[in-house]
Ligand binder design. Structure first.
Ligand code: ZN
Length: 428
């Protein structure tokens, strides 16, 4: 027993006080950039940066050597659509009347850690229900107070009154005046964008159509005009920032692409014309969230999702899957997102299996969650590939994901910015 405790303490110490030079070896390296597999593979890390990637790297005298055996090293994974401060067991429309921002912050700390240990070293967080809790979570992670992915945060997502992001699904005699995320004209949208950036948001999330998990209009219905979306994009660009659009219905998708949003998230009803628009725009990307359907089907009822919303999810399954196949066939770059907490936090890598099942090659799926996502975020200079000079965001999974994509769910090693957070399945 004592020996076990001593071993656990040793792991904890090594996780906190990593030596400045680390040589990581494994059976394979996928670098996120090229289609080649380096086998065997090795990566040399000094402080927070990658120094060398190759097959045979001589170990410097001062290096700590970590040999992961039959594992595959990839860049740290990126999820472009999370809600880290949301809980899986509570419908988001109940959050304002049944919980506190403090609870959301604590849940966020827990979920950030779980997500990091699942190999996701960066997330674009699409917003809390209690505004700006994600800004505080980002600050706590950046300062080292709690472990978690690098975050880009939405702050306070922008919705039409009665729209997909209007959480006030309760009696008209009840209000939560502190929460102000509704905007109903181009002018109000501009005000909402400025308020978001004033309070620390990195980008704007705008809900341009109905949603699956909502009592409002169905997912196919458009809720913001092109003019209103364009107002958000124009103002965000003045701040040097981008807009992410929640969009299921095709009219909303096209309005969002024409208005110049960075991402069309979910994109369930994407048609050939919209794919053509993405192809020629080149600056707008499709971020599907495919595993949500199975997750809602399997666990939705236990998690308090109303039957009508589970039915909404089932109804768009086919259309969602053909949207993904359509984008894949057209060869447009596709981003990678999950919508956790709609799926359980920490199971983000299940999305890989859905994508491969629908025809994407494992290599393309891994590149989507690494290099392409980094490009979409505008963070390619720092993360997304394993190259000298990039931040040492490195993970390893057991076995070979190119022959069995579920390997992406068996994470053995997580390093973020040179700091080891997981080694051989042992977390903090
Ligand atoms: Zn979402």
């Amino acid at each position: 027993m004592k020996a076990v405790v001593a071993a656990a303490v040793a792991v904890l110490l090594s996780a906190q006080a990593a030596p400045s030079t680390v040589l990581i070896k494994a059976a394979r390296v996928i670098d996120g950039q090229s289609d080649r597999v380096i086998a065997p593979g090795a990566i040399l890390v000094r402080d927070d940066q990658i120094v060398q990637v190759g097959s045979a790297i001589a170990s410097p005298q001062d290096a700590r050597v970590i040999d992961l055996g039959d594992a595959t090293i990839t860049p740290g994974l990126i999820d472009l659509h999370t809600h880290l401060t949301d809980r899986e067991d509570l419908h988001w429309e109940d959050v304002l009347v049944k919980t506190t921002p403090g609870q959301a912050a604590l849940a966020g700390a827990r979920n950030a850690r779980v997500t990091l240990l699942a190999g996701f070293t960066t997330c674009r967080d699409m917003g809390p229900t209690w505004p700006y809790v994600d800004v505080d979570l980002r600050g706590a992670i950046d300062s080292g107070m709690v472990p978690g992915p690098r975050l880009a945060v939405a702050g306070n997502y922008v919705s039409a009154t009665g729209g997909a992001g209007d959480a006030r699904q309760f009696s008209i005699y009840v209000d939560v005046p502190i929460v102000q995320n509704l905007a109903d004209s181009a002018d109000e949208v501009v005000k909402a964008v400025r308020t978001n950036f004033k309070h620390g948001a990195d980008f704007i999330k705008i809900l341009v159509t109905g949603a699956v998990l909502s009592k409002g209009l169905p997912p196919g219905a458009q809720q913001y005009s092109e003019e209103e979306i364009r107002a958000a994009v124009t103002e965000a660009r003045r701040w040097g920032r981008e807009v992410a659009a929640h969009a299921h219905g095709i009219d909303g998708i096209k309005a969002a692409i024409r208005a110049g949003v960075r991402t069309v998230d979910h994109g369930s009803y994407l048609d050939d014309e919209a794919v053509g628009m993405l192809k020629s725009a080149r600056s707008t990307f499709f971020v599907p969230t495919l595993y949500t359907t199975a997750a809602i089907d399997e666990t939705g009822a236990d998690r308090g999702i109303p039957a009508a919303e589970i039915e909404r999810s089932r109804q768009i399954r086919q259309v969602k899957e053909s949207a993904f196949r359509r984008a894949l066939a057209a060869g447009v770059p596709i981003g990678f997102g999950t919508d956790a907490a709609v799926i359980p936090h920490g199971r983000n890598a299940r999305e890989f299996g859905e994508r491969v099942r629908l025809g994407e090659s494992p290599m393309r799926a891994i590149q989507s969650a690494t290099r392409i996502n980094a490009e979409i975020l505008g963070w390619s200079d720092r993360i997304g590939t394993l190259e000298p000079g990039k931040l040492a965001d490195i993970i390893a999974v057991s076995g070979n994901p190119l022959s069995d994509i579920s390997a992406m769910e068996r994470v053995r090693f997580v390093m973020k910015g040179g700091q080891i957070h997981r080694l051989e399945g042992t977390g903090f």
